[in-house]
Design a protein around this ligand. Sequence first.
Ligand code: SF4
Length: 614
Amino acid sequence: MMSGFREKILRINLTTKKVIEEKLDLNAAQEFLGGSGLAAHYYWQYIKSYNEIPEPLSTENPLIFMTGILTGLPSYCTARANFCSRSPLTTYWGEANIGGKIGPWLKFAGYDGIIIVGKSENPVYISINDSNIEIRSAEELWGKGTYDTLERIREEIGNKKAEVVCIGPAGENLVKYSCIMTHGGRAAGRTGMGAIMGSKNLKGIAVYGTNNKFDLPDEFMLLSKDAYNSVKEDYAVEVFSEFGTSGYVDVALDHYGDMPIRNWSKGILENGGNLSGVTMAETILTGKSTCYRCPIACGREIQIKKGKFKTNKTDGPEFETLASMGSNLGITDLEAVVFANIKANDIGIDTISTGATIGVFFDLVEKGLIPKEDLPKNIQSKFGDVDSLLKLIELIGNREGIGDILAEGSKSLAEKYNRLDLAPQVAGLEAPFHDPRAFSGLAVMYVTSPRGACHLNGDAYFVQQGMIFPDIGVDNLPDDPSENEGVVKPLVNLQSYRQIYNSTGICQFFNPSASKLARLISIASGKNISAKDLLLIGDRIFGLKRILNMKLGWSPNLEFLPKVMLQKLEGPTNGKVPDVKVQLDLWYKYRNYNRKTGIPIKSELKRLNLENYL
Ligand code: SF4
């Protein structure tokens, strides 16, 4: 008995409007622990039975929403769940992790996941109220922004406590990096899952469940408290609680050089402190927001009371957005970035990919590489210009003019103007705003992550700052970039360990020891699991996504960083650059993957119990 799961999923066909309740694949649930790992299993199974690889925006491509074995359980930071599919942005495996309450609420309604296929003839949203499932018209909602849509759906179903996710105009217009939004400015941001919803004429999903009880012994809560007590005074937890992720801005800019500037091409940003969490706290902060059962509460609530960017109380930007739409674009006006963040959230585009793509655009314009006739009128299209940023967000969301080109992502944009080297991406996914020149191990993490350059599949910036997991061999990493051996081996373990996070539904800001986490998972799964076992399961999940990616067309040729991310910079990184090739050779060695084919060697497949997935 796995008390962490409800042991049921829903299959919804939007073409036929058929809803089927199905037993969870218990064997796979044990092997992958839910979330993105289990979703990868279901996706693999789907393409095997379908006998073809579906195009990302086709009717046949399934959108899988999957909770983890810990999602919604009465522990701490158990809010997370994943939207997964073949990404329209990269064409490879896509997954986007979401917090808030939608994952827990689905569990309380009695389901572990939803697999959605087909395409509705007209716009619809799905309403799940315990076992009562309805597919309702969204004709009136189509074209509306996400903030409005979230509230209207709640009103329509007459339940203010329901949790809702939805897309904005960008998802409807199939912008390749459109996201899925929920309350509190939280998003399933990456890899274009919003466009998958748009391609199915699916505007939103509302969920409400009444059963929050799980069959767990008292020991589970005691161990949870012990795990939380062991981290609550950690420096990172205190900073995120006090200042949100924006609390990292000052140290990232001034100490590490870990906040890319002007399309990754500069090492120093004048007035960068204007973007910091401290400035936010002193000027516009009104409160904190949090996900289900999370005492850290890293979300920010802000209000700009007067001036050009005046807003009602709303959600504030995270570190990634302060970097993508701030430092990366040479903008240091905090209120402008706050405003741009709200606009992007409302239109429904991933702020990381949006800021990165606009950064490439400004760079191309600055270098004189875009013909005049392609440039939008009435804006300057240059670094530091807030009006250009705000206008481009609109153009992208509506796919108007140059926005139609930018809506395809930075890789496509840079290729169009023959400067692929300027696009900070791997396999088509724009890199998050942590710099491999500051933390060398990010290089190998970015080029090998299952969804393209990603910060949730190996956060080298945390462990190279000193966060340790001794019981899984991640301990005191050297910060010397020439020390590849000492960096890559533990990072392979970290990369696998983060698969456990993306699968079980725990937030990556909650980091007790692996042994403490293993105890919680043991109780929820009914199976004795050690820290070492977690590594094996993480290796298995990583391996499955790798095999899946190969089926979707991934090749080791994609595993490089573009030149723009490897230029030597002045400032805190002081000319350091990682050696990606050396790191990659070591990575293949420690992963036991074939360097040419990119997949696990035979003995490794056997160790991971993945032989049947080839
Ligand atoms: S730390 Fe932040 S993102 Fe993580 S669960 Fe808590 S509020 Fe959500």
